[in-house]
Design a protein around this ligand. Structure first.
Ligand SMILES: *[C@@H]1O[C@H](CO)[C@@H](O)[C@H](O)[C@H]1NC(C)=O
Ligand SMILES: *[C@@H]1O[C@H](CO)[C@@H](O)[C@H](O)[C@H]1NC(C)=O
Ligand SMILES: [Ca+2]
Ligand SMILES: [Ca+2]
Length: 489
């Protein structure tokens, strides 16, 4: 037998013997061999045990990341259990890659897919456009749910949405330390060495709370004697004479009517976490199912924004979230970023917009360039048609959605990076709220914030989970969890 022949000094035993046989009973062995034999068996046994442990560790670490991520937010686990009969679970339990972002396919404009968002009801989700990827879901909220949200918002109280004070444009240019020539060049989109009115408008609208029309601009030029030759064009020399301060000062002196603002509405924010009204919590769960995103992402996003537009209200065309450059910070992950940068945006990957009432007149949501062949910022503002102007040219846009009580629409503000994460801003996601010509308009927005920088989002979630676990003071928490997370995200 093998055992007999293997009565050899243990140093000859190869530790890589593939078939350990710890089960062989060393009963009939000679006493001479017994010690060696015992050693051999022990070595085999150890190799065997180490293999088993290694295998267990392997399995553990392969599963580890998914589990770790799924428990980033302690509420995740329980949510998953509670909603287990849900056919669209927030976290795909079959997949261990919880932070892979599913993106719903539009197929083609007009395509209808059935989605299960609440028990005993199937919703229909219609593709409205592919650029941006935009869907409509009638009856997403019931009539009662709409009323509850409106009432909660009224109870909380709404404030003016206006960003009236000119923003930190001055500061930004100072921080960037740009010369007038450089600014001129940035503004001169068509690079013809002159600033057309549209070029000034394209820029000013991004930064200021005041909505300028070509007529306003001519008025300002005249008031400041900025364009002595009166050709509506600013040469570099003319531009250098025109100080940004004087420009702002003129605007402020002139006074601003609400209708001249970018946004003429009032809004409030409603928290949707634990302890919030059940309708608000339910709404968030429904949004999670709709978007199929990890619930941890949805739960760490902005609260629900409820907006009221009175008759005469509007919101000129804009992007909900800006472009992201390597040095851009996201507002929500600021905590996890230690760089100070002048660029910050809200990184709203998805917008879900709910219509809380049917508007008597106007108030459509317009996507001026939806499914346009091409997109050129400079083409948005022409002499005769300003596609961004939601008071004057709402009807010129490519796509308009009429507000219908209970309907939700949602779209992606960013493209995919092709690897399951957030990529570049989708410029086609430009949209605005048309002038309300009759009655009042109530809408709500849920934004899902995702940092296009995967590591930063991961660090942020890690930080939040640490804070939460510190609050819970859960000493039993697996200490490996954070390092796993850090390693694998
Ligand atoms: C932020 O700072 C920490 C230590 O203070 C460092 O480990 C980390 O790499 C920094 N992150 C970035 C993005 O600079
Ligand atoms: C829309 O597409 C047309 C055709 O390609 C193009 O001429 C026009 O400039 C586009 N509009 C915008 C705003 O880019
Ligand atoms: Ca120009
Ligand atoms: Ca001129």
């Amino acid at each position: 037998m093998m055992e007999a022949q293997k009565c050899v000094p243990e140093e000859h035993v190869s530790p890589t013997v593939p078939t350990p046989r710890p089960d062989r009973a060393p009963l009939q062995k000679s006493s001479v061999c017994s010690r060696s034999y015992f050693m051999v068996v022990m070595v085999f046994f150890h190799v065997y045990i180490i293999n088993v442990i290694a295998l267990l560790l392997y399995v553990h670490y392969n599963n580890g990341p998914g589990e770790a991520v799924a428990t980033i937010n302690p509420t995740d686990g329980s949510n998953n259990h509670h909603t287990s009969p849900d056919p669209n679970p927030p976290l795909n339990p079959g997949s261990q890659r919880s932070l892979y972002l599913p993106r719903i396919e539009g197929i083609r404009v007009g395509h209808v897919q059935k989605v299960s968002l609440v028990p005993d009801k199937i919703h229909e989700m219609r593709t409205l456009s592919l650029k941006p990827l935009l869907f409509e879901i009638p009856g997403f909220l019931s009539e009662e749910e709409c009323s509850v949200v409106v009432q909660l918002a009224q109870l909380k109280g709404l404030t003016e949405s206006q960003v009236m004070v000119p923003e930190d444009q001055e500061e930004l240019t100072q921080q960037l330390d740009l010369s007038p020539e450089e600014i001129f060049s940035l503004l001169d989109l068509n690079q013809d060495g002159r600033l057309q009115l549209q070029e000034i408008l394209t820029h000013s609208r991004v930064r200021d709370g005041i909505w300028l029309t070509p007529e306003n601009l001519r008025e300002i030029y005249a008031g400041l004697k900025a364009d002595p030759d009166g050709d509506d064009l600013l040469s570099l020399e003319e531009f250098k004479q025109l100080s940004s301060k004087a420009f702002q000062h003129f605007l402020q002196q002139r006074g601003v009517k609400r209708s001249q603002l970018v946004r003429n509405s009032r809004h409030t924010w409603l928290y949707q976490g634990k302890g919030a009204h059940h309708v608000l919590q339910e709404l968030r769960k429904r949004v999670t199912r709709l978007t199929r995103l990890p619930s941890s992402l949805v739960e760490l996003s902005e609260p629900l924004q409820v907006v009221r537009y009175e008759q005469g209200g509007h919101y000129h065309a804009h992007h909900d979230s800006g472009p992201v450059y390597p040095e851009t910070a996201c507002t929500h992950t600021r905590l996890a970023a230690n760089t100070s940068t002048p660029f910050e945006t809200s990184c709203r990957y998805i917008t879900v917009l709910f219509y809380l009432n049917s508007v008597e007149g106007g108030g459509e949501t317009t996507f001026p360039v939806a499914d346009n062949r091409t997109y050129e910022e400079v083409s948005l503002i022409q002499d005769d048609v300003d596609l961004l102007d939601m008071r004057k040219h709402c009807d010129k846009g490519n796509l308009r959605v009429k507000p219908t009580k209970g309907t939700a629409i949602f779209w992606y503000n960013y493209l995919s990076d092709g690897k399951g994460w957030v990529g570049e801003q989708d410029e086609y996601s430009l949209h605005g709220g048309c002038l309300v010509t009759r009655g009042t308009k109530w809408v709500a927005n849920n934004w899902i914030n995702v940092d296009p920088d995967y590591q930063r989002q991961a660090r942020y979630q890690q930080l939040v989970s640490r804070q939460q676990s510190a609050e819970i003071d859960d000493a039993e928490r697996d200490p490996d969890q954070h390092s796993d997370l850090h390693h694998d995200l």
